[in-house]
Write a protein that binds this ligand. Sequence first.
Ligand SMILES: NC(=O)c1ccc[n+]([C@@H]2O[C@H](COP(=O)([O-])OP(=O)(O)OC[C@H]3O[C@@H](n4cnc5c(N)ncnc54)[C@H](OP(=O)(O)O)[C@@H]3O)[C@@H](O)[C@H]2O)c1
Length: 314
Amino acid sequence: MQKLKPSADSLPILLTGATGFIGQHLQRRLIGDGYRVRAVIRSGSTSRQALSPACEVVAADLTERSALAGAVDGVSAVVYCAGTVRGRRYEDFVAANVVGVQRVLEALKEAGSSAPFLLLSSLAAGRPELSHYARSKFAGEQVLENYPDLSWSILRPPAVYGPGDVEMQPLLNLVRRGVALRPGPPGQRLSLIHVTDLACAVSAWLCAPAACWHLNCAIDDGHPCGYSWSEIGEAVGQRRVRQLPVPMALLRAAGAANAFMAGLFGYSPMLTPGKARELQQEHWLCDNSAFSSRTGWRPEIDLQVGARDLFAQS
Ligand SMILES: NC(=O)c1ccc[n+]([C@@H]2O[C@H](COP(=O)([O-])OP(=O)(O)OC[C@H]3O[C@@H](n4cnc5c(N)ncnc54)[C@H](OP(=O)(O)O)[C@@H]3O)[C@@H](O)[C@H]2O)c1
């Protein structure tokens, strides 16, 4: 089995999206594990301060292959965590979620590198018909199919929460106060994963990339069949919470209004008609067995523990 052993003089891991919510946890985890981390950030990025001083930094646009030659030079593995999660049109998602994947792979090929490649995709990629985001994540995965000789793997996390998250946190805050806005049907069940467990999964992959050859799997915190909203309430609020169903028509209208306003005022919306369709799905569930059996990774933080730590820090 191919193993990437960290040591002070080992080759660097290339990490994209290192300045984001998940990427910041990844850099800390990988550096803590003893890896050298080379972060690619966009030129002119305003998030440079999010990088650990221990990271090597390459400023390069992910959509420009020539700029990526230096970034991929001599790397032992690539963890592609860059991504766009907010947007109004499909084109808003393409640069980071599709073209960047393509360009990094082209740069690796041009350099004659066989460094294993891990794509942080999304559970949403399994339902590309729902939203521009989901379609773009699926398209990013499809790019890898054109590289049959490369050792690549895809992880599809469900909703990720933990310190630094801004998307899930407002919902969790509301649950903490005793109200759960339920966007889906009464029996809706959702998988979740704490960002620390996700970072551990990436670290486990780095120890066994060959065992995960062309594996595409969704991983979560191991809570059986995800969480119902009452289980989310009990775990986060530590009491029975009041569930407020959000009518489908209202959610879709709010998504359409927000997308319209975003077009008018030039911001990147999270709630769009596509996001509304994602939120209304009955189930978003994962199965850890394939990844765990290949890497030995086991999630350790369920929502009760994750939420307790999260609120203890805030
Ligand atoms: N958060 C979740 O619940 C969740 C769930 C499933 C999957 N994912 C996936 O995990 C990945 C990271 O998500 P996140 O929550 O950490 O997102 P995030 O906080 O928005 O971070 C996104 C990262 O990607 C970089 N990026 C965005 N567009 C880019 C572009 N055009 N060129 C270069 N870099 C670009 C950002 O750089 P700047 O700092 O320069 O903006 C940032 O480092 C994404 O691929 C997302 O689809 C997230």
